[in-house]
Write a protein that binds this ligand. Structure first.
Ligand SMILES: [Zn+2]
Length: 342
């Protein structure tokens, strides 16, 4: 399946992507599909969103100039940010790490600073869109999970990110994978959600539960504060409890991805984020992937599970910024009837 194509009748226009994180802001200028300039600024020196956007605009003016273009050549600007975003008003409804900016109309503020068409998108949706448009596994039918402190998700159908009616489309971290009285409490307040098992704290809990339940020697027993990285390193050295922790985490993810497979039927599911047990470079990372896949296949219809590809994401921290730019381009072209997606 090919990625969606956009206007190619004229020379490629410039579009800008901004990925607003808790501590830093990534900026990128794209000409067509090529990232021609990039920068990163710290949010520590920015009291308000308008400070960030003004600096982003200065970056775009300078970068365009370096490429022989004026600010007029910038077609649109996309902004990715963590949290639940009301698509109608582009207001941040809920966020984990930008509390001071809660409730601000980012769309309006961005448009005021840039005086260009702008688009705002949830960061996990942006990362999904970035991977589907620019990553190694390009396809217009893709789901993406970010594995970290929490578990974010984005679902791309027909080349577009699903935001949903309440801004919560693709929140795969909060699907229920365990029922019953022993189901773990999720950070959101509900029980049995994927994040409570495969988020960083959930993975540590899986290891601690085993350490308590067995006398089996493990290098993890001597560690004061376990982290997924420590568990990953111990698993790579053959520690049985660490390996079992990775396996159980894979089973939990496989269950959630099986649900996803029956809802969105993606061609590819990608895993991004910091918790990847070493990714494709390590034995542990590859075993993690195999466990996820076999559990997903075990629970899925043959037509879906057998052909669904699961792999690690390839764009790293650039995915959100690239996806934000792509989202802006899609909305601009949607609004312009002279553009065709064919
Ligand atoms: Zn939850």
């Amino acid at each position: 399946m090919k990625p969606t194509n956009y206007c190619t009748s004229e020379s490629p226009s410039f579009v800008m992507g901004i990925d607003l994180g808790g501590t830093s802001v990534k900026l990128g200028l794209l000409r067509g599909e090529e990232l021609v300039a990039r920068d990163q600024i710290s949010t520590a020196h920015c009291d308000e969103p308008s400070d960030v956007f003004r600096r982003a605009r200065e970056f775009s003016v300078a970068a365009l100039h370096r490429h022989g273009a004026t600010f007029d050549a910038l077609e649109s600007v996309g902004l990715a940010m963590a949290g639940v975003i009301d698509e109608a008003t582009a207001t941040l409804m809920e966020t984990a790490n930008l509390h001071a900016w809660h409730g601000i109309g980012f769309h309006q503020e961005l448009a005021r600073v840039f005086q260009k068409p702008v688009a705002v998108i949830n960061d996990a949706n942006a990362a999904a869109l970035g991977e589907s448009s620019f990553g190694e596994h390009r396809t217009d039918s893709l789901s993406f999970l970010t594995l970290g402190t929490g578990i974010g998700g984005g679902i791309i159908v027909a080349g577009r990110a699903i935001n949903g009616s309440h801004g919560c489309g693709g929140e795969i971290g909060h699907v229920t994978i365990e029922h019953g009285p022993d189901a773990r409490q999720c950070g959101c307040g509900r029980a049995g959600h994927l994040e409570a098992y495969a988020g960083a704290a959930g993975i540590v809990k899986t290891a601690l539960e085993q350490l308590e339940a067995t006398d089996q020697p493990s290098s993890l027993g001597a560690v004061d504060e376990l982290t997924p990285e420590i568990i990953s390193a111990a698993a790579e050295c053959g520690d049985a409890i660490a390996m079992e922790t990775v396996r159980r985490t894979g089973v939990h993810l496989g269950r959630a991805i099986a649900m996803l497979a029956h809802i969105a039927d993606p061609a590819v599911v990608l895993l991004g984020g910091a918790v990847n047990f070493g990714g494709n470079q390590t034995r542990t990372g590859r075993a993690f992937l195999r466990t996820i896949r076999s559990e997903m296949v075990r629970l899925s219809l043959v037509q879906t599970g057998e052909t669904l590809k699961i792999d690690f994401a390839t764009l790293g921290n650039d995915a959100g910024m690239l996806g934000a730019a792509q989202h802006a381009r899609q909305l601009t072209h949607q609004a312009d009837p002279s553009c065709s997606n064919e």
